[in-house]
Design a protein around this ligand. Structure first.
Ligand code: IVH
Length: 678
C-alpha cells in the first residue's frame, strides 16, 4: 500500500475515534491542539492526494460536529456551505454559468469578505433574540444562546421598525485578533497551552459551558445573511441595509459590483487591505444580488448556485533547513525545532519553526538541508507546510529522531496515545529541574520575582536546590556572596547582599500565596491555572487531591481523563510526595483559607434551593458554594420543600413549569446575588 494512503487511513480512524470519545463519551484523550494538528495533517495529506480521501474522513463533515452538552436544534433552513476556488478562471466560469441561467448579463454581485470564525444562525421573534444555534453538521447544531448573548454587538432586541415577526440571521462569530493575542500572552505566562489560531479559539470559546468566561473574551460577530418567510427585501444589498438599521453588526467591507471585472478588482483590493482588519479573512464571497435571481439559480445538493467563494492563498516562502535541535520542556516533553536560514514572512524574520513531534518529521519526510515551505498559521506562528522534494540534495540523509535526551542522555519514552517523546529523568535532567522551579517562581504562580532564572541556575549548579521545596530552606548566609557561572554568558556572577536579602524576603512572602496558585505552581502536567482553581475549589486541600480516586477527579466540572491520569501519576511518585512533605513543613499554603464565618451571614439558613441552567457572572459550582457559605441547603430536584429555584439560561422548561406549579419562587442570578448581599 502507498505509505501516504496508509497514513491517511490511520489518521482518519484515529480522528473518528477521538471525536467519538469526545462528543459521545465526554472523554478528551488528547489536547485540542494535538487534535487540531492531526486534523490539519490529514487535511493537508488529502489535499495533496485527493484520490486517497476516505469516505468517512472527518474533514468531509460540513463544519464540525454536534456536541452533546448543548441542546440540539434542527435548522429551519439547512446551513449549507459555499463552493470554494483558488482560481480566477473558476470565477469567470461561474460568471458565465450565472449569465446563461439568468439569460442576461445585466445583474449585480455583492462581494463580501469571507470571515474566518464560527458560523451561527440566530432567530429573532417579535424583535427579540430567541435562539442562537451553531452550524453543527449543517442540518442540526448546538443551542448556544447564552453564550451568544454575551456578544456585545449582538442586538438582544431589534432597533427600528418594519421587522417581520420572525427572522433568522446568519453570521460569523470571531475572536478579535487583539483579544486573541492578549489571551495567548496570558497563557504563555501561565504555562498553559497556546490557542492554535483565532478560529479554533472562537469555536472553542463559544462551546464553553460557562458563559461568564465567554463574556470575558469579548467575542464579536459579523452578520451577512437574512432569512425570512415574509418577502421583506428584493436584494441581498437591501437585506444588509435593513439589518444595519435593525442594529446588526455588518462589516462595512461589502461592495456592489456590476460585472466580473469589478469583482476581480474587489479581490485585488482586499487581498492587501485584509491584514488591517480585526479578524482573519480567508477569501471573498461573491453573491448574486437580486433575490429572485438567487431563487432562479437555486442550489446544487451542497451549495447555492448563486454564490461562490474565492480563497486567498496564504503567504508562503521557502527556505533551507540548517538542522533540527530538540528542546526539553519542564514536563520533560521533547519538542523538535527546525533551525532555518533566516527568511522574511508576513512581516517578521523567521529563524526557527516548531516541528511539534516525531510524527511531523515523518509526515514531512524531512531530510538534511531540505528546502522547506513555510506559512504563517493563524498569521502568527510559522508552520512548515511541506518539503520541496525537487530541491532535495542528492546525498541528503533523512532526519532521524533522537533516542536520548539531548540534555541528560537518558533514553526517551513515548506514552501510549501521546505524540510527544518524554525524558523520564525528571529528578536530574537540568532543564526539567530549572523549568519546574522557573514555573513555580513565575509571576503567575508564587511570584518570587527577585529570584531570577539565572540565579536559580546558579543555585542548582551549587547543589543548593534540587526542587521547589529546597527554596524554603535557603538561608541568607548561603546566598550572600554566592558565586556561580552563567551558562549562556560564560561569566562568573556573585549575589550581592541586597539581592540575597530580597530573595529571602520574597520567598518568605510567597508563603502567603493562595493554595490555587501553589497547586498551579507545582507544575503538574495538564494542570494549568484554571484547572488548578477547579481542583482547589472542589477538594479544598492538597492532601484530599492526593488521596482522590481517578473517578473522583473526573467528576470535577470540566476535568477529563488526561488531567486525572496526570494528577494520579504526579502523586504516585515518591519524589513528589517527599517534596510536598517538605513544602508542608515550610508553611506554604497547601489548603484553601478557611472562610471566616463572620464574613457570611445566615441569610439562607433553613432554606432549600435548587440551582439550574447556565449563569452569566458565576459558574454553577460557585453559586452552590455561595449557598453553602450562607448556610443554605442545596437539592437537585424541585419539590414542595424547595424555597427558591435559581434559574440561569438553558434551564429545562419542565423544571421551570414544576417550580411554577408548586409555587416555588424563581430567582435570576442577579436577584440571588442581591438576596445574599442584603
Ligand atoms: S454566505 C449558503 N457570507 O463560510 C451559504 N458565508 O462555506 C451562504 N462565511 O461557514 C454563506 N463569511 O459561515 C457567507 N460573508 C460571508 C461569509 C460566509 C464567512 C462562512 C460561513 C460558512 C462558510 C460557507
Amino acid at each position: 500500500m502507498h505509505p501516504t494512503l496508509e497514513t491517511i487511513i490511520q489518521l482518519t480512524k484515529e480522528l473518528n475515534y477521538l471525536n467519538y470519545q469526545y462528543y459521545k463519551k465526554d472523554i478528551k484523550e488528547i489536547s485540542d491542539q494535538a487534535f487540531d494538528f492531526k486534523l490539519k495533517t490529514l487535511e493537508q495529506l488529502e489535499r495533496d492526494h485527493p484520490s486517497f480521501v476516505q469516505p468517512d474522513s472527518p474533514t468531509l463533515r460540513v463544519g464540525g460536529f454536534v456536541s452533546k452538552k448543548f441542546e440540539t436544534v434542527v435548522h429551519q433552513f439547512p446551513m449549507l456551505s459555499l463552493s470554494n476556488t483558488y482560481s480566477k478562471q473558476d470565477l469567470i466560469d461561474f460568471d458565465e454559468r450565472v449569465k446563461k441561467i439568468l439569460d442576461s448579463s445585466e445583474f449585480e454581485y455583492i462581494c463580501e469578505l469571507k470571515f474566518d470564525g464560527l458560523a451561527i444562525s440566530i432567530t429573532y421573534e417579535e424583535g427579540k433574540l430567541l435562539r442562537a444555534v451553531t452550524r453543527g453538521d449543517g442540518i442540526k447544531g448546538d443551542n448556544i444562546t447564552a453564550n451568544v448573548k454575551t456578544i456585545k454587538s449582538m442586538p438582544l432586541a431589534l432597533f427600528g421598525e418594519n421587522w417581520p415577526n420572525k427572522i433568522e440571521v446568519r453570521g460569523e462569530i470571531f475572536l478579535p485578533l487583539p483579544s486573541f493575542e492578549a489571551i495567548n500572552k496570558k497563557r504563555l505566562e501561565n504555562n498553559e497551552p497556546l490557542l492554535a489560531n483565532p478560529r479554533n479559539a472562537a469555536s472553542g470559546t463559544m462551546k464553553m459551558q460557562d458563559s461568564a468566561i465567554v463574556a470575558q473574551r469579548n467575542m464579536d460577530c459579523y452578520i451577512y445573511g437574512l432569512l425570512s418567510d415574509s418577502n421583506i427585501s428584493n436584494s441581498h444589498y437591501e437585506s444588509l441595509k435593513l439589518m444595519e438599521n435593525w442594529g446588526f453588526n455588518i462589516s462595512n467591507t461589502y461592495s456592489k459590483c456590476t460585472n466580473i471585472d469589478e469583482v476581480m478588482m474587489y479581490i485585488e483590493e482586499w487581498s492587501k487591505k485584509r491584514s488591517h482588519l480585526p479578524l482573519e479573512t480567508d477569501g471573498v464571497v461573491i453573491k448574486v444580488n437580486d433575490l429572485r435571481s438567487q431563487d432562479e439559480l437555486g442550489f446544487t445538493s451542497k451549495f447555492p448556485r448563486w454564490a461562490i467563494s474565492f480563497k486567498f492563498k496564504s503567504e508562503s516562502v521557502q527556505t533551507r533547513l540548517k538542522g533540527v535541535t530538540y528542546q526539553v520542556g519542564r514536563t520533560g516533553a521533547i519538542t523538535p525545532v527546525a533551525n532555518l536560514e533566516p527568511i522574511s514572512l508576513a512581516g517578521t524574520i523567521v529563524k526557527r519553526a516548531s516541528l511539534h513531534n516525531a510524527n511531523e518529521i515523518v509526515r514531512l519526510n524531512l531530510h538534511e538541508n531540505d528546502l522547506l515551505a513555510l506559512e504563517k498559521g493563524g498569521e502568527i506562528i510559522p508552520k512548515v507546510t511541506h518539503v520541496n522534494i525537487e530541491a532535495r540534495r542528492f546525498n541528503a540523509l533523512p532526519i532521524k529522531y533522537i533516542h536520548e535526551c539531548p540534555e541528560c542522555k537518558t533514553a526517551l519514552i513515548r506514552i501510549d496515545g501521546e505524540a510527544n517523546h518524554y525524558c523520564p529523568n525528571e529528578r536530574e535532567c537540568p532543564p526539567q529541574i530549572l523549568g519546574r522551579i522557573g514555573h513555580f517562581i513565575s509571576r503567575n504562580a508564587l511570584n518570587i520575582e527577585s529570584l531570577g532564572i539565572k540565579t536559580v541556575q546558579g543555585l542548582i549548579q551549587k547543589k543548593l536546590v534540587e526542587d521547589i521545596s529546597d527554596l524554603y530552606h535557603l538561608t541568607f548566609s548561603q546566598l550572600n556572596g554566592l558565586m556561580f557561572e552563567t551558562t549562556e554568558e560564560n561569566k562568573t556572577r556573585s549575589l550581592q547582599k541586597k539581592s540575597a536579602e530580597n530573595i529571602i524576603a520574597a520567598i518568605k512572602q510567597s508563603k502567603k500565596v493562595n493554595f490555587e496558585l501553589v497547586l498551579f505552581g507545582l507544575g503538574i502536567r495538564h494542570v494549568g491555572k484554571t484547572v488548578a482553581e477547579k481542583l482547589a475549589q472542589y477538594f479544598h486541600t492538597l492532601d484530599k487531591i492526593k488521596e482522590a480516586s481517578f473517578e473522583q477527579i473526573i467528576s470535577v466540572d470540566e476535568i477529563g481523563e488526561t488531567i486525572a491520569k496526570s494528577v494520579k501519576d504526579f502523586f504516585s511518585r515518591e519524589s513528589n510526595l517527599e517534596m510536598i512533605a517538605r513544602l508542608k513543613v515550610s508553611g506554604v499554603k497547601l489548603a484553601l483559607d478557611q472562610p471566616s464565618n463572620e464574613n457570611y451571614g445566615n441569610k439562607l439558613s433553613g432554606l432549600t434551593l435548587v440551582v439550574s441552567g447556565v449563569f452569566l457572572k458565576y459558574d454553577r459550582a460557585s453559586i452552590k458554594e455561595m449557598i453553602k457559605q450562607h448556610k443554605g441547603k442545596i437539592t437537585s430536584s424541585i419539590s414542595s420543600k424547595t424555597d427558591y429555584l435559581i434559574a440561569g439560561d438553558n434551564m429545562g422548561p419542565a423544571k421551570k413549569e414544576k417550580a411554577l406549579n408548586l409555587g416555588v419562587s424563581i430567582l435570576t442570578e442577579t436577584e440571588f446575588l442581591h438576596l445574599i448581599e442584603e
